[in-house]
Design a protein around this ligand. Sequence first.
Ligand code: HAX
Length: 440
Amino acid sequence: MDSIKQKFLEKATPVAAEVKSIIKEHGNFVMGEYTLAQVYQGMKGITGLVTETSKLDAEEGIRFRGYSIPEIREKFPKAPNGTEPLPEGVFYLMLIGEIPTEEDVRTLSNELARRSIVPKHVFDVLDSLPAATHPMTQFSIAVMAMQTESLFAAAYRKGVSKKEYWDYTYEDSMNLIARLPRIAAYIYRRKYKNNEHIEPDHKLDWAANLAHMMGYEDFDVKRLMRLYMTIHADHEGGNVSAHTTHLVGSALSDPYLSFAAGMNGLAGPLHGLANQEVIIWIMNMREELGGGLPTKEQIAAFIQKTLSEGKVVPGYGHAVLRKTDPRFTAQQNFYKKYIKDQGKSNDLCEIVQMVYEVAPPILEATGKIKNPWPNVDAHSGALLMHFDIKEFEFYTVLFGVSRALGVLASLCWDRAIGHPIERPGSTTTELIKKKIGITA
Ligand code: HAX
């Protein structure tokens, strides 16, 4: 058993016992009440899930096992000469519940490198797809093609005991996380770089290796990739990609099936695809205005036009957050420190900043948008563009690679604790009308 798996077992065993006893002793404890609006409008604000890896606060943003993004950026192990945390460290934190040492992260990086070989048939499946296939569709198909490798599915077929589920879930999850950078880079090079592929460099950390396989050797790109992979990793359990992975996993679908399902949710424009939508929106605005930097008045007019056409302003709003997303702020800091303060400037990042100054009061004035502030997707594309990663349809794949860290760590916990199949009740409008006394 690898040392991380051993540690996970040591952590998970008492927690699983504790959860059993909490359910037994306090199962009738009433958590809260909910309204009809919540039932009709996406169950927002109803606590109906337990997710151990992270918790989102509406005002403060995400905390991974209690640690905020600024704390993680400051305290967590970094690559040699690196300034941003290694995302492996955040995965370790979510899985084990402790800040990793440098040695823990090195062990994890090596473990991922050892597991990173992608079976050839996955590339064959990708090669058979029309080049125009959206990268997120390719990503999901590649994960599904790799399901042939599921140790969980094989063990289940052989009749493994419930007590062992966590073990095979761990193995599949680690293998998936290890292989996703190679798959993502393959999709990228196939679609955008003449199908010329770059072999992994196992001396590099997980995120830097992804940048390398995509064809970016610049230190700053690797620095950005480490930050990107860290901040997108998890956002508690109810967001579409995390919840879908958990939900599908609750049917004991293996981690490949569960994660692919989560990625199909991430590919929606109200969720992860918003990162490409933001760049398209800014480019449309610039095109309409004849290029260059728009004025704040022009941005305001474009926002009004977007709203009047019945469309959303991408990158703004959130189902839970009610303040500027700290993941947005982290990217703003990155732009300032490593680009602007270095005497370089980037028009797109400047426009992102201007939109930030202009959009919130306009969105607030609609009276219906609950959160007028930017989310993570408002900034990420502009930074990638700055480093010449201009293929915006690919951006959600990067989000997906990162999101694997959170949702698969969660799936390991689901199986270790033994969460049952998810099956909330539903009702009908007819029954609701009866309940509230509408007879017509
Ligand atoms: N622009 C225009 N209208 C918006 C809006 C925005 N940015 N955000 C919310 N609204 C609208 C909603 O469409 C809804 O309108 P209707 O009543 O006409 O249906 C109304 O305001 C109330 O919505 P809400 O309660 O404030 O927001 P929801 O919880 O329903 O939705 C969303 C949250 C993130 C989906 C929403 O804010 C949105 O569509 N934002 C733009 C897309 C986006 O940036 N998505 C990424 C979110 C973060 C994420 O998951 N990243 O992966």
